[in-house]
Design a protein around this ligand. Structure first.
Ligand SMILES: O=C(O)CCC(=O)C(=O)O
Ligand SMILES: [Fe+2]
Length: 326
């Protein structure tokens, strides 16, 4: 696999790191190419600074995403109220609603929503969800291994099986309605971090996804056909002892434009105790998180945010950070 940068000139910038705070520094990992040491370095740098990078040639066809999008247009026009897997408008934002499909049996999860929504068993929706989510599971495993390799030599070989083998995924189908307001842009989803190890995101062509730099500057992550976005999440930030950064991101909406996205979250199992291995912390470095049970953190986020998942302020650092405890 090779990494290439968005613009030719930024390739040089990426190597000499003269300007680490620009969109050009967010690399594109080409999964059809053999993995190079320089690619791992760029990936590590982007994951540490931004918590975000792109992937291409990932095996998810545009046609599959289009099919999900058109089924979802119908889906979000139906009455949802009784569905537990549905997040209605006004929870995260007035313009955002979402349907969750849970693993590991994505077919069963999608089908139980479909039964209520369309009064239909074995719906096309459930079949397509199974196809998309199984592909996402495979992709998540592959990407996670590469990210671990980028942390240091031998880290993936030593820790993937023992620490990440029981990871599980869920999908959120996100539907943003067009804001009927005069302002140029409004928040469709407020700034947040994902509570995952990694998240793989498909966004449609409308744009609006932004990521925040360490200094608080927002950078747009423009959509590009065939490109998926990978976010590092809180669980990997804690497990890597801040070697990787959970990306702070948000979505802005433009007047009159509906938006659609698919976010696949790849997470540690609920009862996993998250503790960075000594080898990852590194000799002489301070441990930044006390050990914690994954589910306890998820509950902390839910309780503190009254069901909202779009706010920063109750992050994994607030929950388990050693400095935050002092
Ligand atoms: O819609 C998007 O592009 C981002 C969605 C997102 O960040 C999320 O679901 O956590
Ligand atoms: Fe997110």
């Amino acid at each position: 696999m090779a990494l290439r940068y968005c613009y030719a000139s930024s390739h040089i910038l990426g190597i000499i790191m003269s300007n680490p705070k620009s969109y050009d520094d967010i690399p594109i990992l080409d999964l059809s190419q053999p993995l190079q040491p320089s690619s791992l370095f760029s990936l590590y740098k982007a994951s540490k600074e931004w918590g975000i990078f792109h992937i291409i040639n990932h095996g998810i066809s545009k046609d599959l995403c289009n099919q999900i999008q058109s089924l979802s247009t119908h889906l979000f026009s139906l009455p949802f109220s009784s569905l537990k897997s549905y997040t209605p408008h006004f929870i995260a934002s007035p313009f955002f609603e979402s349907l969750r499909v849970n693993g590991p049996n994505f077919y069963t999860s999608a089908n139980s929503s479909a039964e209520i929504l369309f009064d239909q068993k074995d719906s096309k929706f459930s079949v397509i969800m199974k196809e998309y989510c199984s592909k996402m599971e495979d992709l998540s495993k592959r990407i996670l291994k590469i990210v671990l390799m980028s942390i240091g030599e031998g880290i993936e070989k030593k820790f993937y099986d023992s620490e990440f083998k029981k990871c599980q995924g869920y999908l959120r189908i996100n539907n943003y309605s067009a804001p009927d307001v005069t302002e140029d842009q409004v928040e469709g989803l407020g700034m947040h971090t994902d509570m995952s190890c990694i998240t793989i995101l498909y966004q449609d062509e409308k744009g609006g996804l932004q990521v925040r730099s360490n200094e608080g500057e927002w950078i747009g992550i423009s959509p590009s056909e065939g490109t998926l976005v990978v976010n590092i999440g809180d669980m990997l930030q804690a497990w890597s002892n801040d070697k990787l950064r959970s990306s702070e991101h948000r979505v802005l909406l433009k007047h009159h434009l509906n938006r659609f996205s698919l976010a696949f979250f790849w997470c540690f199992e609920n009862d996993k105790v998250i503790l960075a291995p000594d080898e990852v912390v590194g000799e002489g470095n301070k441990r930044k998180y006390k050990p914690f049970v994954c589910l306890e953190y998820l509950k902390f986020r839910e309780n503190n945010e009254k069901g909202r998942f779009d706010k920063v302020g109750f992050t994994v650092r607030d929950f388990a950070g050693i400095e935050a405890q002092l």
